[in-house]
Every structure is written in C-alpha cells, then in structure tokens.
Design a protein around this ligand. Structure first.
Ligand code: FE2
Length: 360
C-alpha cells in the first residue's frame, strides 16, 4: 500500500488532510505536528514513503528545510508544500532547488489536492519503471559490448596466427627464390597504399596485404634452376613457372581464413584482356584486390635491381605500364593512382623503408 506523510503544526490540518486522503485514496497516512518528530520517526528511516505534504511555517524548521532533509533520506519521494499566500515566492523558488513537485496554497481545494497527490505518485512510479528499464537496457548493452569484445579478441588472435603463418610462408619463398628478397613486403606496402587511395574496405585491405605477401607462395613447387635462372626462360621453363599461381591457390585453400586471398594468389598474372595466365580470365572476372596486387608486383619487379638487369627508371616503367594499359591489359585507374603516389613521393618512401607517409 502506498504511504503518505503529512506534517503541519496545526493538528486540525493534519487530521483533516489525513481523513480526506484515507477517504478518497486507499493510502496509509502518517501525520506529524513538528518537523523534529518526522525526522526522528522510524517511519522515515525504515519505510518506503511515496509522498510527503508539509506545511511551510513550522516551529524549529521550515517546510523547505524539512522536505530537503527528507529527500536526502528518501530520494524518490514526491514533495508537496502547503503554503500561505505570503510564502508563495519562496515556494516557487524552491521548485527547482529542491525538486519540489507542487506547492499548494491554503486553503486548498480537496479535489485538486487528491488529483495532485495521484498525479505525483503516478509520475514518480512511471519514472521509476522507466529508470528500471533503462538500467536493464544498459546492463544488456554492457553484456553485448563484453561479448563483442570477446569475439573481437578471438578474431584478432586468429588473424595474428594467420599473419604469422603468412609471414612464415613468405619466408619459404624468399629462402628459395634469390630474386625476391623483400619483394613480397614491398608489393604488400605498395598495394596497401593503392587500396587506401581507392577507398577499399578494411577487410579488402587486409586481404590485399596478406594476398600480396603470399602471392608467389606457389613458387615452392617451381624447380630452383628455373626460379634462379639468370637469363630468359625457355618456352617450356616458362610453362613450368606459370604453374606457380594455381599451385599457390592450392596451398592456401585449406586455410579458411585465407579464402578471400585465393583469387589474388591464383590470378595475379591474369590480364584484363584475357592474355594472362593460368586461365586467361578477363575484365570483371579479375577482382580489384587482384588487379592492385598484380600492378604492384609488376612495378616492384621493374623498380628494383635483378641479377640480370638493374632497376629501371620510373619513366621507363611508366612507358611499359602505359603501353599495357593502352592495349587493355592493366587497369588504368589503378595506374593513375600509382603515378599520383610516385609524384607525391609515397612510392619512394616505401622503397626507403619509411611507412609513415602512405599509412597515414
Ligand atoms: Fe607470381
């Protein structure tokens, strides 16, 4: 049952009010005739009180001071001040300071008073229910955040494991192929820079990085005499060399986390006009990640020293790439970005080992 306290130094008022409320509302009413009695009573200390109606001018302590003290003990309580006309100003001021729910002038209207009491209690109960719902939602949100964090940690741990595996695979190739020292890391850095300019998603950029590092993993199946041959390969040797793309795809296929990298590994020697290998796929059949890695791979091969020739000047490389783009082999949009990156010094930063510029 809801509980109400009435405080007034005139017993006639407390009696009248308590009779009225008990008659009109099925509430338990406690009456007091001095603020000190209220504050020292067990009712205020031990019980949940819904509402308090207090007189303003009382001996020892005024109504506002009393309501303020009660609010400290029962923060949810609805406070109503009963004032004489002359006290109206201070009552109005205290509405905000104290969080006073209502002030009522004497003499009050019985029906109005009952309505105010009902509304005040109803409002507080709605607020309490809302607050409880918010608390439940906040708890659920916390739980969702905690689960998300666990999943994210698991995912990151798995990605870390995969990256370690990928780096280890890339070491396998570099140990076997003397031409590729540092090649895969540079291809990855260049490809990431291109992908960021093309505003690819984080997932795509991650695939590009991993795909670039392992794009030549299939070379573990290529005989070393062919891999390390200083001169031009014969037709047959080149046919064997070409098998490394499909071999690489087969090597990584059992690793589900690397499934999105399979097209990069398999198709990094395909050309947009269908003249590449291993399958001669063309156009949209070659995804953007693969196109980016392919161009980065070609660029790095030309831009670095090889045992059989020195690194080519950028302008000469540009001429070769432009020619390939004109004949429909390479993606012109990606090439243009590559040229932008060169003009801005980003490529040289990559080749100097500085990663600050293009990672920004
Ligand atoms: Fe390759």
């Amino acid at each position: 049952m809801r509980k109400i306290i009435i405080v007034d130094d005139e017993p006639m008022i407390t009696n009248t009010l308590s009779t009225l409320i008990e008659l009109m509302l099925d509430y338990t009413v406690y009456t007091f005739n001095s603020p000190a009695d209220v504050l020292s009573s067990a009712v205020v200390k031990d019980e949940h009180i819904d509402l308090i109606i207090s007189d303003f001018i009382m001996p020892g302590m005024n109504g506002l001071e009393l309501l303020s003290a009660i609010k400290a003990l029962q923060p949810h309580i609805v406070t109503i001040l009963l004032t004489g006309y002359s006290d109206k100003e201070s009552a109005i001021r205290s509405i905000n300071d104290l969080g006073l729910y209502y002030y009522l002038e004497k003499p009050w209207d019985n029906n109005e008073l009952i309505k105010i009491i009902q509304n005040g209690i109803e409002k507080t109960e709605l607020e309490t229910a809302l607050h409880q719902k918010i608390t439940v939602i906040e708890k659920k949100n916390q739980e969702i955040s905690r689960l998300y964090e666990l999943l994210r940690r698991d995912f990151n741990r798995e990605m870390d494991n995969v990256l370690e595996l990928v780096l280890s695979l890339s070491n396998v190739i570099e140990a076997k192929d003397q031409y590729t020292d540092g090649h895969t890391r540079r291809v990855a850095d260049l490809a990431i820079a291109l992908a960021k300019r093309l505003k690819l998603s984080e997932a795509q950029i991650r695939n590009i990085e991993i795909g670039a590092i392992i794009h030549d993993i299939g070379k573990v199946a290529t005989p070393e005499v062919i891999l390390n041959k200083p001169g031009k390969l014969t037709y047959d040797e080149f046919e064997i060399m070409k098998e490394h793309s499909e071999a690489g795809a087969h090597i990584i296929m059992p690793i589900s986390t690397l499934s999105d990298c399979v097209p990069i590994v398999r198709s990094h020697h395909e050309k947009l006009d269908g003249s590449g290998y291993p399958y001669g796929i063309k156009g949209d059949e070659i995804n953007i990640e693969t196109r980016i890695v392919a161009i980065s791979d070609i660029f790095d091969a030309l831009y670095t020293d090889r045992p059989y020739r020195e690194a080519m000047p950028f302008e000469d490389i540009k001429a070769i790439l432009d020619h390939d783009a004109d004949s429909g082999k390479l993606d012109l949009t990606i090439l243009k970005i590559l040229y932008d990156l060169h003009r801005e010094g980003v490529i040289d930063a990559i080749y100097m080992g500085s990663e600050d510029i293009y990672r920004a």
